[in-house]
Design a protein around this ligand. Sequence first.
Ligand code: AMP
Length: 246
Amino acid sequence: MTRTFAPVAVRAVPRDVRARDDGRRPTASPTNVVLIGPPGAGKGTQATRLARWLSVPTISTGDMLRRAVRSGSAIGLAVKTVVERGELIDDAMMTGIVATRLAESDTHTGFVLDGFPRTVEQAVALDGLLEQRGDLIVVELAVPEGAIIRRLGQRRVCERCGRNADPLSGTPPKDCPCGGAFHQRPDDAETVIRERLRTYERATRPILDFYRQRRALRAIDGTQAPDLVTAQISQVIDAVFDHAAS
Ligand code: AMP
């Protein structure tokens, strides 16, 4: 199957990445990618693009929890209030959810994780889940607080399917192609965003040191145009495999 990576409206993207239309060459080991960054750093957008390029699944814990809340399942009922307050679900429950997903066979050639790990305890648990399953490539999307608050204040998502309204389309459309209505996520309200950013600094930022110490971390400027961010992450991934092959 042909893997395509064809970002639109690319500016200042290295030619070999922009022109790539043959997919990344197959690698012997799985491509396990983790995206880390504050809420609104663009992890979801980048995870979707990278997963398509790499032909691996995206595992977005925020999406999984929101789907559970929408469906009214037992997990959804248990997490609803915590998610809407912008607080973290406890490590044991999150690790259980991710362990179940990683046990599915489509993840064995790799995955792009968005939203997990979010604490050092979760990072340690992830190591345990991935024993014998190849290394992690951890990418930090760095975006300053002011830009996050602006971005999330403008974000609108479909209340039915969770799709983001295109932020570049000027006035966001009221309705999603699936027929649901676009609305502001309860946890994107400004007071909740500030709580989520505090949580990121306190609980999640220490993970960066955890991965930095073992040289698994690469930082990318997440304020750049999304296509440029995608191109830079794909270069990071290629460089890791080129290095491993040399
Ligand atoms: P996100 O869409 O990744 O910003 O996640 C939305 C919300 O889901 C977060 O604010 C948390 O309440 C919850 N959540 C998602 N992933 C995790 C995780 N790994 N650990 C704890 N809570 C999480």
